[in-house]
Design a protein around this ligand. Sequence first.
Ligand code: HEM
Length: 145
Amino acid sequence: MTEDAPGGPASPYDLFGGAAFFESLVAAFYSRVGRDPILRPMYPEEDLAGAQRRLTLFLGQYWGGPGTYSEERGHPRLRMRHADFAIDSVARDRWLTLMHDAVVEQALPEDSERVLWQYLVGAAFAMQNIADDAPPAHAIDVTEA
Ligand code: HEM
């Protein structure tokens, strides 16, 4: 039998390893983004520290940690917040590849890793906003003579 912490069962946030886990995961991810020829140009800011902090806080909050992300940024509305970035299947898959390497590096217990990874795959597919069969932009620009 496992002992629950006072106040009820541990949240996934605690099971993964709390703030230190999410900081380590997202730092591992963004160090890869910083060197990636597809993803790096999509990030508008010169310094990725702000983006790194936002993803760290969002993921921690999603898995049951402190609500700092929403205190600072409001409701996540992640699809809306990604609308300005052209995310096709190539960008989506690169994001997932870099995130997979970052997740594996954390050496979580297998069950935790599986749960986290399934969520990340679903979220990345949901963030794609350019369909694979969409016509190229120039083909639908009717103002072009
Ligand atoms: C599918 C590929 C994805 C690409 C190419 C992408 C790209 C970006 C870019 C360029 C930004 C702006 C940087 C910033 O200001 O924070 C951003 C922000 C963000 N992304 Fe993604 N993203 C992807 C998937 C995801 C997924 C799957 C999640 C969540 C699991 C996520 C969570 C976030 C969060 C929380 C922010 C900050 C939103 C804010 O508060 O402004 N992204 N992303």
